[in-house]
Design a protein around this ligand. Sequence first.
Ligand SMILES: O=C1O[C@H](COP(=O)(O)O)[C@@H](O)[C@H](O)[C@H]1O
Length: 269
Amino acid sequence: MADSKEGRGDIHIYSGIDDLKTELAEYISDLSEKSVKERGFFSIALSGRSVVNFIRKLTGTPYMITVDWSKWHVFFADERAVAKSHPESNYKLAKDEFLSKVPIPSSHVCSINDNVEVGIAAQEYQFAIRQHVKSHRVAASVCTDCPRFDLVLLELGPDGHVASLFPGHTALCVAHDWVTHIVDSPRPPPERITFTLPVINSACNVAIVAVGDDKADAVRFAVGHTTGGNVDWEDYESADADSSPARLVDPMDGKLVWFLDSCAASNLN
Ligand SMILES: O=C1O[C@H](COP(=O)(O)O)[C@@H](O)[C@H](O)[C@H]1O
C-alpha cells in the first residue's frame, strides 16, 4: 500500500519493493490501455539498469494477456554508446530481461545504431523518433515542438541524475535538440546518448523510480523536503537547480509520479 505526500508530482511510497513493482506494473498497464484507446498506440521510453527489474511484473499474469503489446512502441530515454551486445548496454538489459519476454514486435523497438560514433548515433536516433512522430505512433506536444511520449520511465541516480543527464552537465542546457550525446559521463561508460530535458518535460507521463538508502538525499533534493506533508520550499529553492537534474523534470502538460520505497523516501520528513 502506498503512502503519498505533498511535493512535486504524485509521490507514492512503498514499504516493500515488491509492492512498488506491483503498483508500477499496474500504473504502466493502465497508461497503456488509456493510450491505446485514445491514440491507438502506447509509446514508452525506458531507462536502463534497475528500471528493467522494476517492470518485470509486466512479464507475468495478468499483463501477458491483458496488455495489447502489439500497440507498444519502445524507446530508450538514454543509452550507453557501446555495442548492443555489451553488458553495459541498456538495450541488451531491456532485451534480456523484458523485451524477450513480452510479444512486442521487434520492429516496434527503437534503439540506437551502435555501428557509428556517438554524435552520429544521437542524430540518427532523433531522426528515427521524428519518423515515429510523423506517423503518429508517438504523439507531438502542442506546447513544444517535441515528441510527447505517453510514458518516460526514469530512475533517480544517487547523484540526482536521470537518464544520462548528470549534475552540472551542459547537456542539461540543450534546448532545441530532442536527443543529445555526452562523452564525459561521470559514471562509466563515458559516451552516452540521452533524451534532453525538453523531451522529458513534453511527455504525457513521467515516472521516476528510486529505491534504497543511497537515493534518500537525491530524493529529498529532487522532490523537496516535506514537513508534515508540505514542501519546505525554502530548502528546495536554496540549492542550484542543475545540481539535481531530477529537479528539472517538470512535465509542462503531463503528470509526474514518483515511485519510492521507504528507504529512498526516508529523508522526506
Ligand atoms: O547510468 C544510468 O543510470 C541511471 C540510474 O541508474 P543508477 O543505477 O545509477 O541508479 C539509469 O536510469 C540510466 O538509464 C543509466 O544509463
